[in-house]
Design a binder for this molecule. Structure first.
Ligand code: ADP
Ligand code: ZN
Length: 838
């Protein structure tokens, strides 16, 4: 009797797709893929009329009960549980930790899990999807039997398929030969059963790179030694020193031709084989001499020990390492990382988007050598894949990277460092998920029970407040290493300049004189203009008065087209006054000049000096940033002009003057964080000037020298700024006294957008009674036209949510979202903890 086997068990996969959906989908796993089936693999799945690459997040041995119940009520045509079309990865590309972390991120930021997983993987890992047409047996017979006329489009396509061997990529069909829409023809033939159309994965966008290496082969003892030619002898001698060498290397060093090497391979003297090489973004640093760690100062040692104590007790703890530029923060990170490595763990260090990475990568390499991997947005896709692979395999145990590196799959991660934690580039504002790298770092550390260090000279107000209330532990580095002094910061009152010249000046006499002096001594100057965004505000040049909202304590924004001033928080509007309400003067300005004008003006004033500009416009091309920086560092430029981009990053010991042309546009941005950003800018600029032996100078031009952010910024007194700012935040009810979320409605038709905004706001307001267990109820402000009222042809309306507790906001959103139709939902964009209220 034949043995009977039970039917193979069914398996189902839960798949997260990178599309604007909130749920995951269940697919049946065809038996052929059962062996590979596991969470963390990528698969190709049909969704509606699309075919997508999704991520398996769970495997079920039975159809999930809820889905089974839903299907029971439906006729089985068409089958509601679709099959996985193709299983891409044999081993998972996402581990369990990252799977769970991304799920948390997706849930917290109201983002699709699939989109979040996509962010966690290096883009170079993507595979392309291609549609293929295959001739079926029926199709082949039909052609042989001549039953399809070769004169029709269908017949022509079948004949073509036979000619090319039975299968062709849809994209490879010659254009126009099978009508305008060959896909349509293929579908018709598929309907007749003559061909099948399937989506397959193509080549990965990035391939492993190989090169040829030469190795010596040991001569078997029984083989007689043959005389060697001089060239062959040179090759073997070289290989005695260097067991594996590149073909190109031998050609150059042993002075032989490639033909000699091929001959030697034939004779069995050497082996020539391809070897996979890693694209190494740090290769140019590989030969740096190792740098011993300096002995830590008592403060540094204390800080490091506190972090290690948390590490050794296996506890999650958030530290704020607070110290001005040059106070030795980086040395503390390095010492802590080194100790963690010695204990067998690995460490992740996040850095802001721009500037700092090359310098820091250098210091890490000097300390930790080949254990270091770099994940940076400016690496090539190939470099990123290779670095990611080294991290995943555990070869790289120190990772330095920008925002998305927070998802790097380090093995046994035991310490996370977030340098310049206040930097806004940690927030992904442009695309979904709108996550904050620093905040995810903290969440990840808490899930791993390990310490996280946030470092900054100018911590975010929220972060510092957490140390005040004891949620985070503050570690202070009060002095610069070697007691080097901070540069002097001087304010130039532009109201005086206006009075003196009876016209506005871009560059004051004070700054002009200082530039001339500095350059004549062979020293360098940075001039920057802190202008973020597009909006201009109303300012009186005579007295510095600006118009602010009577309800919100933010500056009103001037709307040029319709000529009115508006508050972007509450919607208050007013016509711009013809005269200054304060001094009755008429010197009204809408502040908002650009760096381009600044560069032009400097060239007029200093025609003999070498000047370059660094901003988004001049650095669009890869490498442009580095080139301009290099020119400046080498001393071939006198003046570097730019946005705050130039205030970050490299050390230029020869820069002894930094001029800030205007902080006013930044200070008066319609954003409650404007004073904080201004303070940070001044502190950062001060950290740039005079890092060599010569003292530095900073000159800041402003119409509002009395503003507390500038006064405290000049003294570089963070504590004083923090205290003043906290009062403002409390009075106007902003973080850290509340948590924020925005709901943005984007719509191509203004009235419909407005109506949807009102509906959403109403739903949110209706949830307030239940959403308010705290002492302070949830506040729902708006809808109002967003500061960026129109973007890419869409109108934007904004609703601002202010909650005492996070749960209040989640509750209200949970009330609103299900009450929207699918169509409405597509116009609604949620941002949690927004950084830019634009
Ligand atoms: P930060 O990160 O706060 O800007 P760094 O760690 O880069 O400060 O330190 C500033 C400078 O002082 C660097 O050149 C660094 O090598 C040096 N330095 C830091 N700590 C020490 C120390 N304990 N002994 C000697 N030099 C140090
Ligand atoms: Zn207002």
């Amino acid at each position: 009797m034949p043995e009977t086997f039970p039917a193979p068990p069914e398996l189902y996969a839960e798949v997260a797709v990178p599309a604007a959906v909130t749920q995951t989908y269940t697919y049946r796993i065809p038996a052929a893929y059962h062996a590979a089936a596991g969470p963390g693999c990528r698969v190709v799945v049909p969704l509606g009329r699309q075919t997508l690459i999704g991520y398996v997040v769970a495997i079920h041995e039975q159809l999930p009960a809820a889905l089974a119940a839903k299907l029971a009520g439906q006729p089985r045509q068409p089958p509601a549980v679709k099959d996985i079309a193709h299983w891409i990865d044999e081993t998972p590309v996402i581990n369990d930790e990252i799977l769970a972390l991304t799920q948390w991120v997706a849930d917290y930021y109201y983002a699709p899990w699939g989109e979040t997983l996509k962010v966690a993987l290096p883009p170079g890992l993507d595979v392309r999807l291609e549609d293929w047409i295959d001739l079926t047996e029926d199709g082949r017979r039909a052609v042989q039997a001549g039953s399809v006329s070769p004169r029709t489009r269908n017949g022509r396509l079948l004949a073509w398929l036979v000619d090319v061997g039975g299968a062709v990529r849809l994209d490879d069909l010659p254009p126009d030969r099978f009508g305008k829409n060959p896909r349509q023809v293929a579908r018709e033939l598929e309907h007749l059963g003559l061909v099948s159309v399937t989506t397959r994965t193509g080549e990965a966008t990035v391939r492993f790179k190989r090169r040829l290496v030469v190795r010596r082969i040991e001569r078997p003892a029984d083989q007689p030694e043959r005389p060697l030619s001089p060239a062959q002898a040179r090759v073997l001698a070289y290989l005695d020193e260097t067991p594996t060498a590149l073909v190109s290397e031998l050609v150059a060093e042993a002075e032989v031709s490639p033909a000699v090497l091929r001959q030697m391979a034939k004779k069995g003297l050497v082996e020539i084989a391809p070897e996979t090489i890693r694209r190494d973004p740090l290769a140019h640093l590989a030969h740096l001499p190792a740098e011993p760690a300096p002995e830590l100062t008592p403060e540094q040692r204390q800080a490091c020990e506190a972090v290690l104590a948390a590490h050794d007790s296996g506890r999650f703890r958030t530290f704020l390492l607070h110290g001005v530029t040059g106070s030795g923060k980086t040395e503390v990170y390095l010492a802590a990382i080194s100790a963690v490595l010695q204990r067998g763990g690995s460490a992740l260090m996040l850095v802001p988007e721009i500037g700092l990475t090359p310098l820091l990568a250098r210091r890490l390499i000097q300390r930790f050598g080949s254990l270091v991997a770099l994940l940076h947005s400016s690496l090539s896709p190939g470099e990123r894949v290779d670095e990611w692979e080294r991290i995943r395999s555990g070869d790289a145990r120190v990772v330095i990277g920008t925002r998305s590196a927070v998802f790097a799959p380090l093995v046994n991660l035991r310490l996370i460092v977030v340098d310049e934690e206040h930097d806004t580039s940690y927030k992904q504002s442009e695309s979904v998920p709108h996550y904050h790298g620093r905040d995810i770092a903290i969440v990840r550390a808490s899930r791993l029970n390990c310490p996280v260090i946030l470092g900054s000279a100018t911590p975010a107000i929220e972060t510092f407040q957490h140390t005040v209330v004891g949620k985070y532990t503050r570690l202070e580095l009060p002095q610069r290493i070697g007691n080097r002094s901070l540069p002097e910061v001087a304010l130039v009152d532009m109201r005086e300049v206006f009075k003196r010249h009876r016209e506005p000046r871009f560059i004051s006499d004070e700054l002009q004189t200082a530039i001339a002096e500095t350059c004549s001594q062979g020293e360098q100057v940075m001039v920057l203009l802190n202008r973020r965004g597009f909006a201009s505000c109303w300012l009186c040049r005579a007295c510095g008065f600006v118009i602010t909202c009577p309800h919100c304590s933010v500056t009103l924004t001037y709307h040029r087209t319709d000529h009115y001033l508006a508050c972007h928080y509450c919607g208050y509007t007013t016509p711009p006054p013809g005269r200054c309400p304060e001094c009755q003067g008429e010197g009204i300005a809408y502040v908002g000049e650009g760096t381009e004008q600044l560069e032009a003006r400097l060239r007029e004033l200093f025609p003999t000096l070498a000047i370059a500009r660094l901003d988004r416009d001049t650095t669009r091309r890869r490498g442009a940033f580095e080139r301009i920086f290099h020119d400046f560092a080498s001393g071939s430029l006198n003046i570097l002009v730019g946005t705050q981009m130039i205030a970050k990053g490299h050390d230029f010991p020869n820069v002894t003057l930094v001029g800030v042309v205007s902080v006013d546009a930044g200070l008066m941005m319609p954003d409650f964080r404007a004073p904080e950003r201004t303070f940070q800018l001044i502190a950062q600029v001060a950290g740039r000037a005079g890092r060599g032996d010569r003292p530095g100078r900073v000159i800041v031009q402003t119409y509002r020298p009395e503003h507390y952010a500038l006064a405290t910024g000049c003294q570089q007194d963070y504590q004083a700024f923090f205290e003043q700012e906290l009062i403002q935040r409390q009075a106007a009810y902003y973080p850290p006294f509340c948590v924020l979320a925005t709901v943005i409605i984007r719509h191509e038709r203004e009235l419909e957008g407005q109506a949807l905004g009102e509906k959403a706001a109403e739903l949110l307001r209706a949830a307030i009674p239940q959403a308010a267990p705290a002492d302070t109820p949830l506040r729902v402000l708006g809808p109002t036209p967003a500061p960026l009222a129109r973007l890419r042809g869409e109108y934007r309306f904004q609703i601002l949510l202010k909650g005492r507790q996070r749960m209040q906001i989640r509750h209200a959103l949970g009330h609103m979202l299900p009450a929207l139709t699918d169509t409405e939902r597509r116009h609604v964009f949620i941002e949690i903890d927004p950084i830019d209220l634009m």
